[in-house]
Design a protein around this ligand. Structure first.
Ligand SMILES: [Zn+2]
Length: 311
C-alpha cells in the first residue's frame, strides 16, 4: 500500500516536471543532444549506446579480469540508470529554471538543424562535458562497489574505454549537425507574424506611392527588393531578416522562404484589402510555408484600419 502511494507521488512529480517544460517555453525550447537525450530523428542512439556498453563491459572484464562478471548485463543496466536518470532530471530542471527557460535537456523533439556550431556549439560541449563527468563517476562507483574496493586496479582502463563509448555516441549528432532539438514556443510564431507584418506594411506603403498598385515580383526576394525602401527600419524587426520564418530557420538547414503569390503582382491594392473580410483558407499575397494560411499572423485590424484611413 505504501509502495503504491509513493509510486503515485513519483508519477505526479514526473508528470509535473514534463508538463512544466511544455507550458513554460516562450521562444525556442532548446534541448542538448546527448547519448540519453537524442533528437527524435536519432531515437536509435540510447539503445545503441546501451548495446555498446554491454559489448565493451564484457570485453573489458574478460580482458582485465579473465572472465565476464556474473550478471554483467545488470551491472550495465545499473550503470546506465545511475547516470541517465540524475543527468536527465538535472537537465530538465535547468530547462525550467525560469519562465523564459534557458537551454537544458528534454524529451526527444525534432532536431534544430538550423542551429549550427556557432550558435549552440559551446552549449553542446558544456552539457556533454557534464554528462561525461557524471557518466565516468557512475562507472567508477559501479565498479568500486562490484569489486569491493574504493579504487580498483585497472580502473583507468575501464574509465578510458567508457569515455570512448560516450564520445562515439556523440559522433552522429556532430557529423550531421543535430546538436540540439526542441520545439517552438508562442514567441516564435509571433516573431513570424512580426516579420510578415513588416512586409505587408511595406507593400501598403509601396502601393500608396505607386498608384495603388501592388509590387510586381516573382518571389519574396524580388518583392523585398521592391518594398525595401518602404520598410519601417526604425522598427527593429523590420530591419532584420524578412524572407524566412524564424521557425523554418531553426528547423531546417535550408529553410523555405516566404511565398509571394504572383497573382497579386501588379494587382490593385483593393485585392489585398478584400482579404481582410474574406473567410479564411484562401491564398494570401504573402504566406509562411511553416504557418500556412494563418491569417492571424498578419490579420491586424487596428493596423489595417490605420493604414486604410491614412490613404
Ligand atoms: Zn512562419
Amino acid at each position: 500500500m505504501r509502495m503504491s502511494r509513493s509510486l503515485r507521488l513519483w508519477s505526479l512529480v514526473v508528470a509535473g516536471i514534463f508538463l512544466s517544460t511544455r507550458v513554460m517555453a516562450h521562444g525556442y525550447a532548446v534541448y542538448v543532444s546527448t547519448p540519453v537525450t537524442p533528437p527524435r530523428e536519432f531515437l536509435i542512439i540510447p539503445p545503441a549506446f546501451f548495446a555498446l556498453l554491454i559489448v565493451v563491459n564484457r570485453f573489458l572484464q574478460r580482458k582485465l579480469w579473465g572472465s565476464v562478471f556474473p550478471r554483467c548485463t545488470w551491472l550495465v543496466i545499473w550503470l546506465f540508470m545511475m547516470f541517465a536518470l540524475p543527468f536527465f532530471l538535472w537537465g530538465i530542471l535547468a530547462a525550467m529554471a525560469t519562465t523564459a527557460p534557458p537551454p537544458g535537456l528534454g524529451t526527444p523533439n525534432y532536431a534544430w538543424w538550423g542551429f549550427g556550431w556557432q550558435k549552440v556549439g559551446s552549449l553542446f560541449l558544456r552539457w556533454n562535458a557534464l554528462g561525461l563527468i557524471l557518466f565516468l563517476l557512475s562507472v567508477w562507483i559501479v565498479y568500486a562497489v562490484r569489486l569491493g574496493r574504493l579504487w580498483p586496479g585497472r580502473i583507468f582502463t575501464v574509465l578510458y574505454a567508457h569515455a570512448g563509448c560516450y564520445l562515439v555516441s556523440l559522433v552522429p549528432f556532430m557529423l550531421l549537425g543535430a546538436l540540439t532539438h526542441g520545439w517552438p514556443g508562442g514567441y516564435v510564431k509571433m516573431s513570424c507574424g512580426g516579420r510578415m507584418n513588416c512586409v505587408y506594411q511595406g507593400i501598403a506603403r509601396y502601393a500608396h506611392a505607386n498608384g495603388d498598385r501592388l509590387p510586381v515580383a516573382q518571389d519574396v526576394n524580388g518583392l523585398l527588393a521592391e518594398v525595401g525602401p518602404f520598410l519601417n527600419t526604425e522598427d527593429r524587426t523590420c530591419s532584420g531578416r524578412l524572407d524566412i520564418c524564424p521557425y523554418g530557420d531553426a528547423r531546417e538547414r535550408t529553410p523555405k522562404p516566404y511565398i509571394w503569390n504572383p497573382e497579386f503582382s501588379g494587382a490593385s491594392i483593393d485585392k489585398m484589402w478584400e482579404l481582410f473580410n474574406a473567410p479564411p483558407g484562401h491564398q494570401l499575397p504573402l504566406s509562411c510555408p511553416y504557418h500556412q494560411n494563418d491569417m492571424s499572423l498578419w490579420f491586424d485590424r487596428d493596423w489595417y484600419k490605420a493604414t486604410k484611413d491614412s490613404q
